[in-house]
Design a protein around this ligand. Structure first.
Ligand code: 1QQ
Length: 392
């Protein structure tokens, strides 16, 4: 062999190995959700769901016999934290895909980072309009507000057929709350009801005197609050303290028992639409398994954000198995870039039986889900503890 040919061959081989980077074992899947900040009130339920899924699916053989490992990177509550978390997961931890972030507001900043790096993202709780359209590598397992939120309004009208005048309040500095409130406003009008007052606030606000005064002045039959847990919970509390007696609908940002310490006894009666029910279908084995594990650990019913994050991990696990089937290779024998690309495709094929019921993701990464529910918060006499009661 000529020396120049040998040099070229060696050069090609060494460059080749430098660029081809196989997936590590156990297979790393990233979890980028809020573990600190106010948003951790929502994110902590997501961490729990991810961990239950990790244990469950590894006990059931992982990815065709290869275990996977979740890598957690806290996003905090803002955009910069989410971007940082995603960059670490992508470049340092070399994950095959990312479950996160917690808020749509964060997704609009962090998801483009993953999309450019061609790393599949599954939003566990990003429900604003437009999230799957961020890019080819962005999907979600959290049904959009346009589908979920109207269910709460229908329930309120069923319980209070006399509702005519409605107060709509929302946090205008947050993408999800703006989107959700838009859906509520459209639905109110579609149902022939009147928006008697539309009030805006900030997720950082703590004093809602001016908004509540306007609601009381408008003499409404229903108040609809789109805020995050801390601000939304405080708003509900101040509505009640200042004398509002009618029904209250809370949006997805209030959908956690972590609002109980914020609004206390005044949380009682809030109606919130749900994309999950812990006892949806007795034949759904995975719904029952997740709920049983959660109940054993926490002595209460599992919440929606836990179930959605479990589901996101499940979709990655099942799609990784499909990648092995189509490539006829183990994930760990494949180049990381190739796995990410093929995984993104496989996520969007077929359907999944999950704690949320049967779901699928379309070519845009949007979830299609069959069943939705509404729950009402029932506080105990102590005004501190309580639960979500699912309504028919
Ligand atoms: C979003 C949401 C959050 C309130 C969930 C935690 O639905 O930001 O889209």
């Amino acid at each position: 062999m000529k020396r120049s040919v040998l040099v070229t061959l060696l050069f090609t081989l060494s460059v080749g190995t430098a660029y081809a980077e196989n997936v590590a074992t156990p297979i790393p899947i990233g979890i980028g959700v809020a573990q600190t900040s106010n948003v951790a009130l929502l994110g902590e339920e997501e961490v729990v769901g991810a961990k239950i899924a990790e244990k469950y699916f590894n006990a059931h053989g992982g990815i065709n016999g290869t275990p996977f490992k979740l890598i957690f990177q806290d996003t905090g509550g803002d955009e910069a934290g989410a971007i940082n978390s995603f960059q670490n997961l992508i470049n340092r931890d070399k994950v095959v895909g990312i479950v996160g972030p917690t808020l749509s507001q964060q997704a609009f900043s962090a998801d483009p980072v993953a999309n450019r790096a061609k790393v599949p993202v599954l939003g566990p709780s990003n429900t604003a309009k437009g999230v799957p359209q961020i890019g080819e590598y962005v999907g979600r397992v959290s049904a959009p507000v346009a589908i979920v939120a109207p269910n709460a309004l229908k329930q309120a009208i069923k319980e209070h057929p006399g509702i005519k005048k409605v107060a709509v309040l929302y946090a205008q500095n947050d993408a999800f709350n703006t989107s959700e409130s838009g859906t509520f406003q459209e639905t109110v009008k579609k149902m022939g009801l009147q928006i008697a007052t539309l009030q805006k606030f900030q997720t950082t606000d703590t004093d809602f005197t001016s908004q509540v005064t306007a609601v009381l002045g408008a003499n409404v039959d229903l108040a609809i609050v789109s805020g995050l847990s801390a601000d939304g919970g405080n708003l509900v509390k101040q509505l009640r303290q200042m004398g509002y007696k009618g029904p209250i609908i809370g949006g997805n940002g209030l959908n956690t028992v972590n609002i109980f310490p914020v609004c206390g006894k005044y949380c009682d009666g809030i109606l919130i639409a749900q994309a999950y029910s812990p006892s949806a279908d007795p034949k759904n084995v995975i719904n029952a398994a997740m709920a049983a594990d959660y109940r054993a650990k926490y002595k209460k019913e599992p919440p929606q954000f836990t179930a959605q994050t479990f589901t996101a991990v499940q979709v990655f696990v099942e799609a990784l198995k499909k990648v092995e089937a189509v490539t006829k290779k183990k994930i760990t024998q494949l180049d990381l870039g190739k796995v990410r690309e093929e995984l993104n495709k496989q996520i969007r094929t077929g359907s999944y039986i999950t704690p949320l019921g049967k779901i699928s993701l379309d070519h845009e990464g949007e979830i299609h889900q069959e069943n939705f529910y509404v729950a009402k918060i029932k506080m105990d006499a102590n005004g501190k503890t309580g639960k979500y009661v699912y309504l028919k």
